[in-house]
Design a protein around this ligand. Structure first.
Ligand SMILES: *Cc1c(COP(=O)(O)O)cnc(C)c1O
Length: 228
């Protein structure tokens, strides 16, 4: 058996009081692992690589809700637009436009989360608050043309550190920015509600600080081997 069922059940139990959801991050993991978790009732899976996601979607049950959680290149949106449910790491207006265009071709609406850069590391993707508000101002002006995307919330990754206080502060920052954005741009819309924060190492803190979607990979599927 490849998946950690004990961990899965524990995570699910922990989510209940917060009314949050689990995105099972299956990147680099075989289809059999996904099927096993699917057999346990899991329906939301997250992937980071376009080709891998397309391949898996083609052979797995169609009631899976696929979330793309990695950095997405504009020229690859078309491959996942026919089926992707939520894109977690939207970090430019250009990408939002392309998702809209491709989704409309399929008469679909794709949920998009805007990725905030909150971590101390320079390497992580995402927007600072200035970029975020610039994107939202533009979106607000052009909104009637955006039938293919629904901005459903924010996504962020905390710094990879053992300093729990720092991680907590970063997640609190997401909550503060979320509240501001909600008030300013989405006060009338009930779909702007997601905070996609928390991974295997920090999801407890993320839940305490208002995460609505945790993205868990290694805890459920084991460590990833990128050299396979
Ligand atoms: C890989 C990945 C995860 C899962 O990370 P784990 O530490 O294995 O739980 C979550 N979010 C994103 C954006 C990822 O790329």
């Amino acid at each position: 058996m490849a998946i950690n069922l004990t961990a899965y059940k524990q995570v699910l139990a922990e989510l209940v009081p917060y009314n949050a959801r689990l995105v099972a991050v299956s990147k680099t993991k075989p289809v059999e692992d996904i099927e096993e978790l699917y057999g346990q009732g899991q329906r939301i899976f997250g992937e980071n690589y376009v080709q891998e996601l397309v391949d898996k979607e083609g052979v797995l049950p169609h009631d899976i809700e696929w979330h793309f959680i990695g950095h997405l290149q504009t020229n690859k949106v078309k491959y996942i637009a026919p089926f992707v449910h939520t894109i977690h790491a939207v970090d430019s207006y250009k990408l939002l436009l392309e998702i809209n265009k491709q989704a409309l071709k399929h008469n679909r609406t794709v949920n998009c989360l805007l990725q905030l850069h909150i971590a101390a590391e320079e390497t992580k993707f995402g927007m600072d608050t200035t970029e975020l508000y610039t994107l939202l101002d533009t979106w607000q002006q052009e909104q009637p043309t955006f039938g293919g995307v629904r901005i459903a919330g924010l996504m962020a990754m905390a710094t990879n550190t053992d300093d729990q206080q720092q991680i907590r502060k970063e997640f609190q920052q997401v909550k503060t920015i979320f509240d501001t954005v909600k008030h300013k741009y989405f006060s009338e819309q009930d779909y702007f509600k997601e905070r996609s924060t928390g991974m295997s190492a920090d999801y407890h803190i993320a839940l305490e600080e208002g995460s609505t979607m945790i993205r868990i990979g290694s805890l459920l599927f084991g460590e990833r081997n990128y050299n396979k």
